[in-house]
Design a protein around this ligand. Sequence first.
Ligand code: HEM
Length: 501
Amino acid sequence: MPRCCGFLSCSTIDDTSLKNLKVHNKNGNPRNKTALAPGHSLMDWIRLGASKVDLTGVGGVPQVVTMTELAKHNQRNDAWIAIRGVVFNVTRYMDFHPGGVEELMKGVGKDATKLFENVHAWVNYQSILQKCIVGRLSNEGLIDTRSIVSDFDEKSARNSSSLTNDKMKFSLSNIHIEWKQTSNSVTFIYKITKNQSFPGFQLIRKSPKNFDLQMYALKNIIKHEYDLCESVQWPPVWEKNFNETEISFNFSKKIGTLWKSYGSRTVVSYTKKTERDYRDWEVVSNKLLAEDVHLLVLKSTNYIEIIETGQHMEARMNVMGTEISRYYTPIPSFLCFEDNLSASNPDYLYLIIKRYDNGQLSPSVTALQQGQTLTLSNGLGNFAVQSFDKYSSILILAAGTGITPMLGIIYRALYRRNVMTIDVLFFNKGEKNIFYSSQLRKISTYKRLTVTDILSQPDDSWQGHRGIVSETLLKKLIGDPRALSCIFICGPILFTNTTYT
Ligand code: HEM
């Protein structure tokens, strides 16, 4: 069960990804953690990190670490661990590890990415271990294996296409693909069979007639390389249909005629040792949504990233000679419509980022101006939002930018017919900290969504609810939350801990 490391409470941490999200459902079964010795709580660890103690053990000078070197640091008193290409010194963290020393020792001296992800992929290790970075794992031995699976021969399909409403079908294991056209546009529709989760998609334009469509399916990346018979406009308008697990890409044709066939498609499959690809995104706009909360609209040339609900992206920047990265969950565009940004710009990406004065990355990211760039990974994380589709009422408890990863969940729930109620309790300090509540309320006039703002330090003029999260307050607002089917929680550590218990 995904749980939260509740790190939004730490002022140096700027992470609004689903890693900070707790999900509680009727069958939820919180796991047993090792009792930590006094003086070894999370707050003690943060305090130690904030002190002058060198937790890296290498004087804070970033190293490139080979596998051989890594293997030498496999002792309780000299413990290095590599996760997703970064090597951390976890010697001092041993006694703070909630899973205990013995468990953490299983990963030391090696690339423990898989082990770590099997146990607790949601743990925000980058924030927890930010002061323990030894350096990068040298990428010798990390080889991409590429194999051409098949070339499609679509002669028979081509022959059967009719000139009006041209539509043909074929199957590729669990993916069902159709195309249709009018004289002005051509649409490709991907349907995923029901027992499969919907993959993330990437579209890459190579020329007016050529584009690649990549899907992240389990450990493979399946790439469909399209060679169209005529030129099309970029970007295509894409649309997801959650109920049908269907996604369509609609391209405008450059010349308005009916095609005899769309062209051809080659299928390529990659097995990648590393799950991340990075690319530069240009800032289209940077707008203040609330105090210290920015909406960054980004665009990448000839590229569209469609991430799954619940996935996050790694944002990387070089800040004063050091590469810093944090995770952010892109928000769906539906809330940005009033800016007239999303409808005509299907290739835009929307990030909400809170600026923390002493944050390592957020001051630099929120200062980005139009035309400057931010490096982002592809969509990451294995949060299976589909497993909550069976619940008919959803309660969302969010504090501050903890609302960010909830927006995708709200959007998805709005379009699922079986969801009868979506109740959002949005906790903030003051009115100046609230964002998107009114936009969500606009939607709620014709859908089954309610949004309640609760302020901990409101002005005298505030007419709404007041207080900090507590059992009494929750009972007053929603009755007994345990009677509800599915609860999503995201916010600072104290908030998530209080709401979770
Ligand atoms: C790779 C070797 C590791 C193993 C085998 C391991 C194992 C475990 C186990 C068994 C638990 C307790 C059960 C649970 O609550 O999920 C746990 C909890 C935890 N571990 Fe690890 N761990 C490893 C590495 C790490 C690292 C490198 C970090 C660094 C941040 C970390 C941070 C945590 C945290 C924060 C929890 C509490 C999780 C929660 O409350 O949901 N672990 N670990």
